[in-house]
Design a protein around this ligand. Structure first.
Ligand SMILES: [Zn+2]
Length: 292
């Protein structure tokens, strides 16, 4: 299994922390872990590799360091997240460009538009400038995009349409839209949909996403967690306080694959195999011989 989106170098995974795993069709909290132990457990649970995209400009440095140390387990994507663009300076364009020239970069992102918090027009404009700049960067490098689009589909689609010839594939990460938006991103732009914890939330949150998963061909779906964020619905026997503190991890991927299999009437093994192939195709990640 491949986690196509996790933030392992993020500060929530520094020191010791409680984290979520999926055992016997239930979510459990491991009370005490650290980043190294989590990565070892991910490997022993059949996670073959993962992709870590940038959040802010500084995060690029941390991701590149952790990726180098991980010996092919963590693939880095370079960029500047739409919610962090607001604080970015002019010199940050050069910094991101310099990071993108380093070895082993497989994508540009997270980039896109997020209107959930940013209601001011000048903030949205800054997001659009960074989005367009990162599309150009990805195009110049021939790399796919990791898109973060939240409550901003209309503007995002406009920008993508203007840049159709510059697109080299990629993913709409943490997709939570309906069947219509799914069709536009996949059929019109050839993008995959990153399916994660939202599919395991309360019915109100996941209803329209379920429709999208049912109607979208599995060749366009990839698995992700967005750990430490985007947790599944809290189990009844875990207190709210405990659940809030626990980090989401790649260990919940089997639950996402099972849910997709159930919705599409497919075998779980096929969902895992095809979504893994999709990640390898889109991000050009080679299969290691021992990883079968
Ligand atoms: Zn993310």
């Amino acid at each position: 299994m491949i986690d196509s989106h996790i933030h392992l170098s993020y500060k929530f995974f520094d020191q010791n922390f409680p984290y979520i795993e999926y055992v016997g069709e239930e979510f459990k909290i491991i009370s005490d872990g650290c980043r190294e132990a989590l990565i070892e457990e991910m490997k022993s649970c059949g996670i073959s590799c993962c992709i870590e995209p940038a959040i802010d400009v500084d995060s690029n440095e941390l991701i590149l360091k952790l990726s180098k140390e991980s010996d092919g387990f963590i693939y880095p994507a370079i960029g500047n997240h739409p919610t962090r663009c607001i604080r970015s300076k002019i010199r940050d364009f050069k910094r991101v460009r310099d990071f993108s020239k380093r070895d082993g970069i497989i994508a540009i992102g997270e980039t896109g538009l997020d209107y959930h918090y940013e209601r001011k027009e000048q903030h949205r404009l800054k997001q659009k400038i960074w989005f367009q700049w990162q599309i150009n960067l990805a195009h110049n490098l021939g790399l796919p995009l990791i898109l973060h689009i939240r409550q901003a589909d209309e503007d995002a689609v406009k920008i993508l349409r203007r840049n159709r010839k510059k697109l080299h594939g990629g993913v709409c990460h943490c997709f939570c839209g309906g069947a219509d938006m799914a069709k536009i991103y996949t059929e019109e732009f050839g993008l995959c949909l990153g399916i994660g914890g939202t599919l395991l939330m309360k019915p109100d949150y996941r209803n329209q996403l379920e429709r999208a998963v049912i109607t979208t061909p599995v060749e366009y779906l990839i698995l992700e967690t967005d750990g430490p964020f985007v947790k599944p619905e809290r189990p009844d026997d875990v207190s709210g306080k405990k659940w809030t503190k626990a980090r989401n991890t790649s260990l919940i991927l089997p639950a996402i694959a099972e849910k997709i299999a159930e919705l599409k009437g497919m075998a779980v093994d096929d969902v895992i195999r095809i979504t893994d192939e999709n990640v390898r195709r889109v991000f050009k990640i080679k299969k290691l011989t021992e990883d079968v």
